[in-house]
Design a protein around this ligand. Structure first.
Ligand code: NAG
Ligand code: NAG
Ligand code: NAG
Ligand code: NAG
Length: 536
């Protein structure tokens, strides 16, 4: 019987490994990163480093599965002990001839005991996923409801714009809506699906939200560090949110990068991060964090297999410290010595926490999600960003009732010398461009908002043209305004209005933007491009 047990166990384990390989191999296709200035040797070294981290990833999955087998075995064991009439199950058992009560290791239930009350507390309440896995880069983007401004869509658009197709194929963006209001979560997920249908469909963007039972009773939090209760609540929940997001992300890929919902990324940020990580691995550097942004927790990269360190730590101390302090403490705990001075500690930490310069991410938001806290921190390492695009537009006089802010006038924007920045557009406001010589228009493009102020867009604003022979227009058409302009387009949800003008209209004397709704924001025009039809 003992022999049978032993063999059964071993072969069960083997089976698991085989299943594991079958499950993982289709996902584990290597993506050799290369940039033109890398030698073949470096490419190969990075390839080996990548294999090494993928192997570590497999091993951690194996440990997870082993853990599940152990739990199952124990449950089966108690079942067979209680009912001796099902002896057939004996062969499934691990070696249980010894009858020693084992010690019980602590688990997250010691820190979040309420989770024991509900088996579903660890299951996402909402999940929009195509189960993409085995990628190199997993980007975690937590977001919460904000009273003032929400930059999530601009952030996602910017992240996607800054990826090549190859980078996008090797990445997952996990948006965690850390709210328990399921209507709100569904609304955000729908918005993402509508604005990014391709990326939702191919699994590049996933949306999750935690179950309400995941959070302990937050009204019972202790006030710590002398912070007011609201702040304690905010930072404690953030720790729990990060732990949830990281736990979900852990099995999805090789590297995890913590981001925020109000950031900008630099071009090629994916390849830059991956190459840097693989180089450090191939150089046998023993890092724990790669830091691609100076601010808080933004742009911190970890190996997915090491995320359990963070998750456990956050869950143990979620009520005690803010999340970025906990990261710092974790690293200090690993390497600092009480016998040595703070200088030694700093040097030791710098070996585990490597900084990449210049920064790859920048904050755009001025409103932090903590009520009333205005977020002014900007990363000085990020460098200059393009705030407007210049074009050589046909000669025109410009006019608007909207007051411009400082030197950001409409005239300068039209000439491509700056962007236009106007104070609170009101219904009935116009921005008029009257051509010196009427022209056939082939294409037009107006882009509102810019990277620093993505929400300063034109909302509920149409594009209209006045024809040279406007008398021929039927004023009763519903696309013609009372003053005889034809409505040819409007600003979309990303703040862009673009299109062509039908030749049959003849020459255009004026093109104007016409505001129809109240706006809570100022408005920026960061690109104006009128392309005349030279062939006519
Ligand atoms: C199973 O337990 C017996 C008795 O303690 C021991 O001799 C044997 O080595 C164990 N086998 C395994 C695989 O642990
Ligand atoms: C294990 O120990 C308990 C308590 O000492 C005893 O009641 C039980 O019969 C033992 N089981 C086996 C399989 O030896
Ligand atoms: C949370 O704790 C407060 C204060 O102890 C209590 O009044 C409230 O009923 C609790 N909420 C839940 C959902 O248990
Ligand atoms: C746009 O403006 C019109 C006219 O004031 C108003 O009826 C409509 O609700 C507005 N739409 C939005 C999305 O603000």
């Amino acid at each position: 019987m003992i022999m049978t047990n032993t063999i059964a166990v071993t072969s069960t384990r083997k089976k698991c490994i085989i299943i594991l390989m079958v499950v993982l191999v289709p996902c584990a296709i290597l993506n050799l990163v290369s940039t033109p200035d890398m030698s073949e040797e470096t490419i190969l070294q990075n390839g080996i480093a990548e294999l090494q981290v993928k192997l570590e990833h497999l091993q951690s999955k194996y440990i997870n599965i082993q853990e599940e087998i152990n739990i199952l075995s124990h449950q089966l064991l108690s079942l067979t002990e209680n009912s001796h009439n099902i002896p057939d199950l004996q062969f499934l058992m691990p070696n249980t001839t010894t009858n020693i009560t084992s010690i019980k290791l602590p688990s997250i239930y010691n820190f979040l005991p309420h989770i024991l009350n509900d088996h579903n507390s660890l299951r996402p309440a909402f999940l929009q996923s195509k189960s993409r896995c085995g990628v190199s880069m997993v980007l975690g983007v937590p977001t919460v409801k904000r009273d003032v401004q929400n930059y999530l869509m601009s952030t996602l658009k910017n992240l996607l714009d800054r990826m090549t197709p190859a980078e996008a194929a090797d990445t997952i963006i996990i948006v965690m809506v850390a709210e328990i209001d399921i209507d709100y979560v569904t609304y955000i997920a729908k918005q993402i699906e509508v604005q990014f249908p391709v990326e939702t469909d191919n699994g590049l963007i996933e949306v999750i939200s935690p179950s309400s039972n995941y959070y302990p009773n937050l009204t019972k939090l202790r006030d710590t560090l002398g912070d007011d209760h609201q702040r304690v609540l905010w930072r404690s929940k953030q720790n729990l949110d990060f732990a949830f997001l990281m736990s979900y992300a852990q099995t999805k890929g090789t590297f995890y990068i913590q981001l925020e919902d109000d950031i900008l990324a630099k071009k090629n940020f994916i390849t830059t991060m991956k190459t840097y990580a693989l180089q450090k691995i191939s150089m046998k550097e023993n890092w724990f964090v790669l830091d691609f942004c100076q601010l808080g927790f933004i742009g911190k990269l970890f190996k997915c297999v090491e995320l359990p360190w963070l998750v456990q730590f956050f869950l143990m101390f979620y009520n005690d410290k803010p999340v970025d302090w906990l990261l710092d403490h974790l690293v200090s705990t690993k390497v600092c010595s009480l016998d040595k001075d703070s200088k030694h500690c700093k040097i030791a930490k710098a070996e585990l926490w490597l900084h990449y310069k210049p920064s790859l991410f920048q904050h755009i938001g001025t409103h932090s999600s903590l009520k009333g806290k205005v977020q002014k921190l900007k990363d000085k390492q990020f460098g200059k960003i393009t705030l407007y695009y210049a074009h050589n537009n046909p000669d025109a006089s410009v006019e608007t009732q909207i007051t411009s802010y400082k030197q950001y006038t409409l005239r300068k924007a039209y000439k491509g010398e700056s962007f236009f920045w106007g104070l609170l557009p009101q219904p009935g406001d116009y921005l008029k461009f009257k051509f010196v010589h009427p022209i056939f228009i082939k294409k037009y493009l107006f882009r509102s908002g810019n990277l620093e102020h993505p929400l300063d867009q034109f909302y509920n604003t149409t594009v209209e043209i006045l024809l040279v022979n406007s008398k021929s227009i039927d004023r009763n058409r519903n696309d013609v305004t009372e003053d005889g302009y034809i409505i040819i387009g409007k600003f979309d949800s990303l703040g862009v209005a673009q299109g062509t003008v039908d030749k049959k209209y003849g020459k255009v004397a004026v093109i104007r933007l016409s505001v129809h709704g109240e706006s809570d924001n100022w408005a920026i025009l960061s690109e104006i491009h009128i392309v005349p039809d030279e062939s006519s």
